[in-house]
Design a protein around this ligand. Structure first.
Ligand code: HEC
Length: 159
């Protein structure tokens, strides 16, 4: 979770300087640009979903994000359903890139988000963790294909 955030934050900084040229099929002036949709909407909602399966270790021990009651499981399911809906947004003309591979990568992310929703509904914590990892892998796979510079880590510190 923390690693994911760090990688994406570093990547957002490098992307500004990249030669990324792919543009959505029909970008519209009155909708968020893809970059903003990703950075503000997709990232934020995925983080909310991942927070339910985050295991953080610090000096005071391990802290698990595992939903503890029915309301929390419902919220986890809601976060997964939001990410599913966002994958449909990615297939609209305002956002999809003109490539046959776009649909394949979107479908992979959607399958992982659907597995998250199913696991949350079943109160299945290992399932929620696995689906969260699969979702992260799906985000990274699409970025590596279309915007590889996004997934490059920060430069190694000078010796
Ligand atoms: C189908 C492909 C695809 C999937 C799936 C995908 N992304 Fe992206 N993402 C992109 C593309 C393309 C960009 C670059 C957009 C641009 O800069 O115009 C991007 C950019 C980003 C950025 C950088 C935004 C910025 O401010 O520069 C973040 C953060 C991000 N995605 C998060 C996610 C997360 C989290 C997921 C999974 C839950 C995800 N993405 C899934 C294609 C995808």
């Amino acid at each position: 979770m923390t690693t994911r955030k760090l990688i994406l934050a570093a990547a957002a900084a490098t992307l500004a300087a990249s030669a990324y040229a792919a543009k959505p099929a029909r970008p519209r002036a009155d909708v968020l640009p893809l970059k903003e949709l990703m950075g503000h909407v997709m990232q934020r909602n995925a983080e909310q979903l991942w927070s339910w399966s985050a295991e953080e270790v610090d000096a005071s021990g391990t802290h698990s994000g595992q939903p503890k009651d029915e309301a929390a499981w419902e919220n986890a399911e809601s976060d997964a359903l939001t990410v599913i809906e966002l994958t449909y947004v990615l297939e609209t003309p305002s956002y999809r890139l003109p490539s046959a591979d776009w649909h394949r990568y979107v479908a992979r992310a959607r399958a992982a988000a659907k597995a998250s929703a199913k696991a949350a509904e079943a109160h299945d914590y290992p399932g929620l963790q696995k689906a969260g990892d699969d979702l992260n892998a799906a985000c990274v796979a699409c970025h590596l294909h279309f915007v590889p510079e996004l997934e490059k880590g920060p430069p190694a510190p000078a010796l």
